[in-house]
Design a protein around this ligand. Structure first.
Ligand code: AMP
Ligand code: GLY
Length: 424
């Protein structure tokens, strides 16, 4: 099978890496890819959000399966364009991708499906006074989210009413996130450990859960500072027991797939359930419609069965081959550029890549990098995701950090506490 992976981040490097190791896969192309993906397949220039260009590329390269990495092409309907052209695509069409493209719509689906979630209300451009009044009714812990896509950065979680008010004003005015923020969701603050459950869906009313992962969203040590796309992750997650996973599948994922089907939406691809394990049970914070990044960089390396077979089955028919996982643990540490998530500095030469990748049990996935002559330079906020694997979370973590210590560029930034609690 010839597979095309769309995207250019750490998630896509991990997917391409996993597919390249699958017996069912003969060739991996990545559009547009990055210097890391070029080491496991062939990069091809394409705008992943341009459905026509992607269809042309897939035809020209005799592609048997297109795996769509990021949310933007999914929301733009690239999976629909591929299916209309008879090309198997792993990823939901635009109708299903709205779960991630609009938090207000996602909340509506959750309510219709009866899925436990935070109490919330949605406000639009003219509703500033009502939004501020709703904030006042919250018990001292405020969550304000953009309705539209904001690369994981459109969420403010704060105990400061002033900060929450500022978010409401800057979102609704369009100053902070343009149109993505002109509609916003205010919700009840929840507490508890977070778990990302990536569920592979094949268009039927039941999905198959991959091994749970936990992501670290805040920029700072000890979960402080602004939200990012994610600063690290690990899998398995001891608090996400099989009982909890079953409960989430039964009470959240299955009813959601049923509700989508009722609305005429057949869902093929990953349904990413972002859960908080609250004292009153698991509650859904958000759905995403793709593999999490950096969760993908710890989940895909743990897939023991043939990833290509699973993604192809989900795209074209029904999941039949059992999805199995290695018994080991994986920890990934995001190594970011100075200034991330606000205004990352780019263009710095990365030293130590080969040394880091040579450590046993370590894979360095490229996220925001580009080639410049013989060098690889920083080209985005999240630059690398360094995955360590080992028999325990502690071993995996030690390996990941040993590799991170080999890396160097001006302003290099990472959290030193990824998976620290779980490793104890
Ligand atoms: P989201 O993009 O909706 O997942 O939000 C990003 C992050 O903000 C989540 O991973 C949580 O860490 C945090 N968050 C979102 N909603 C809530 C909430 N209702 N209560 C507490 N934290 C939240
Ligand atoms: N790591 C969070 C996300 O992919 O949305």
């Amino acid at each position: 099978m010839r597979v095309l992976v769309l995207g250019s981040g750490g998630r896509e490097h991990a997917l391409a890496w996993g597919l390249a190791r699958s017996d069912s896969v003969e060739a991996v192309l990545i559009g547009p890819g990055n210097p890391g993906t070029a080491t496991v397949g062939a990069n091809v220039a394409v705008d992943p959000t341009d459905g026509g260009a992607v269809v042309d590329l897939a035809r020209r390269e005799a592609i048997d399966l297109v795996v769509i990495g990021p949310e933007a092409p999914l929301v733009a309907g690239v999976a629909d364009a591929l299916r209309a052209a008879g090309i198997p695509a792993f990823g939901p069409g635009a109708a299903g991708a709205r779960l991630e493209g609009s938090k207000a719509w996602m909340k509506e689906v959750l309510a219709a499906a009866g899925v436990p979630t935070a109490a919330h209300a949605t406000f639009g451009a003219g509703d500033e006074a009502a939004a501020l009044a709703y904030l006042e009714s919250m018990p001292g812990f405020y969550v304000v989210k953009t309705d539209g896509l904001a690369a994981g950065k459109g969420v403010v979680v704060t105990e400061s009413i002033d900060e929450a008010r500022d978010a409401v004003r800057s979102y609704l005015s369009g100053d902070a996130f343009g149109d993505a923020g002109r509609t916003l969701v205010i919700e009840e603050g929840l507490t508890g450990p977070e778990v990302s459950l990536l569920v592979v869906c094949d268009g039927s009313l039941e999905g198959v859960a991959l091994a749970p992962a936990q992501d670290f969203k805040r920029i700072g040590e000890g979960d402080t500072g602004p939200n990012t796309g994610g600063m690290g992750a690990y899998s398995p997650v001891p608090v996400a027991t099989a009982v909890i996973v079953d409960e989430v599948m039964e009470r959240a994922v299955a009813p959601t797939l049923v509700e989508l089907a009722r609305r005429g939406i057949e869902y093929r691809g990953v349904l990413y359930a972002g859960m908080m394990l609250t004292p009153t049970g698991p509650k859904m914070l958000e759905y995403n419609v793709r593999f999490g990044d950096p969760e993908c960089e710890v989940v895909v390396p743990r897939v023991a069965s043939d990833l290509g077979v699973h993604l192809h089955e989900a795209a074209t028919g029904r999941l039949t081959a059992p999805i199995t996982f290695t018994p080991d643990a994986a920890v990934t540490v995001v190594v970011a550029a100075e200034g991330y998530p606000v205004s990352p500095r780019t263009g710095d030469r990365i030293e130590g890549l080969d040394e880091a990748g040579a450590i046993e049990g370590v894979t360095v996935f490229h996220a925001g990098t580009r080639s410049e002559g013989d060098a690889v330079v920083t080209a985005g906020g999240r630059v690398l995701t360094v995955t360590g694997r080992g028999p325990s979370i502690a071993d995996a973590r030690a390996r990941a950090y040993a590799a991170v210590d080999r890396l160097c560029w001006p302003g290099i930034t990472f959290r030193s506490d990824i998976a620290a609690t779980a490793a104890r």
